[in-house]
Write a protein that binds this ligand. Structure first.
Ligand SMILES: Nc1ncnc2c1ncn2[C@@H]1O[C@H](COP(=O)(O)OP(=O)(O)O)[C@@H](O)[C@H]1O
Ligand SMILES: [Mg+2]
Length: 319
């Protein structure tokens, strides 16, 4: 199994996702991996899909404007915090009402209830929409996702399946209603516009299929799980890895962050260190099929390019 350095140096890896419990260091890791990728010469984009953004804070630069922004000090690194509210409107306009609107409105008035036909919504859908965009986009060699804490990210990754089945349902209904609709449509006009809308749904469905293939290819996508050496984080790691596994999302690397260095003069530090080291033994045993990278607790918080570069060196074993 390959370590983080192998992921960074494998130029075929287009998507790296960083995930785990809140506060463990997901954003710092995403930032550090982005800096490493850019230093390697790859055109790199780092995106935050966590509604509680901290990418701006981590890079010490405002990335919240809803647009992709060049990161200072680099010519090949860009970043953006995905504005889920604004994006959600776009997404629903595209996928939901806009596309399904006229026909579905007609269908519901004819059939009464077309329950379950509203698109699976929320932040995750939005974030996934962005993933879809970048899967096709060749402007970037690598896209790094700073994901939200586990539950939220699991919903995001579950989404291709949900969307696929939702679109399947809606397209089947469309077929069943086809002849009836074409009659009604020609009576009421606007056929062309609707066909475009349906075509778009069909295209979206194909894009989702393609995304599922890319996201499950270990030569294209790697999900890096971040944890700390505490029981609660370990439980969450197990849960996350189980789900990633069931959706075939490649995850071969685990980072154990914020490990307290040995310090015989500080009793408090020593006792926390002992607790962590005990947990670390269990972690190595529990996740013996993963490549584990240990990261010490820094003396200061990790902020700005300098801090992220420092963390990057540790991640690839240079320090
Ligand atoms: N190894 C570390 N040493 C010192 N501070 C760290 C370390 N890892 C993360 N931090 C700090 O902990 C806080 C949370 O980290 P962050 O990467 O934002 O976590 P998450 O994205 O998982 O919520 C930040 O202030 C960050 O600077
Ligand atoms: Mg974060």
């Amino acid at each position: 199994m390959s370590g983080l350095i192998d992921i960074i140096e494998n130029d075929g890896i287009k998507f790296i996702l960083s995930g785990g419990k809140g506060g463990v260091g997901k954003t710092s890791v995403a930032g550090a991996l982005a800096v490493l990728s850019a230093q390697r010469g790859l055109r790199t984009l780092v995106l935050s899909t966590d509604p509680a953004h901290s990418l701006s804070d981590s890079f010490d630069q405002d990335l919240s404007g809803g647009e992709i922004i060049p990161i200072k000090g680099f010519e090949n690194l860009w970043g953006m915090e995905i504005n889920t509210e604004k994006g959600m409107e776009e997404f629903q306009k595209n996928l939901g009402e806009g596309a399904a609107g006229p026909d579905m409105a007609m269908a519901s008035s004819l059939l009464g209830d077309v329950g379950g036909m509203s698109p699976p919504g929320s932040d995750e859908a939005m974030a996934f929409g962005k993933i879809l965009e970048f899967i096709e986009d060749s402007s970037y060699d690598r896209v790094i996702f700073d994901t939200a804490p586990t539950g939220h990210t699991l919903k995001l990754l579950e989404l291709p399946e949900l969307l696929d089945s939702w679109l399947g349902k809606i397209l089947t209904l469309r077929q069943r209603l086809g002849s009836m609709m074409s009659g009604l449509r020609s009576m009421m006009g606007g056929a062309e516009q609707e066909d475009n809308a349906w075509e778009m749904l069909q295209v979206t469905k194909e894009k989702i299929r393609a995304a599922r293939i890319e996201l499950s290819d270990s030569e294209v996508t790697q999900f890096v799980v971040v944890s700390i050496a505490e029981a609660m984080s370990v439980f969450e790691t197990q849960r996350l890895l189980g789900s990633l596994n069931s959706w075939n999302i490649p995850a071969t690397n685990l980072i154990i962050n914020q490990l307290i260095p040995a310090n015989p003069d500080c009793r408090f530090c020593s006792s926390r260190r002992n607790m962590q080291q005990t947990n670390l033994v269990d972690i190595r045993d529990l996740f013996n099929d993963l490549h584990i990278t240990e990261v010490p607790l820094f003396e200061t918080e990790i902020r700005g390019i300098e801090g992220l570069t420092e963390l990057g060196k540790i991640l690839i074993g240079e320090k």
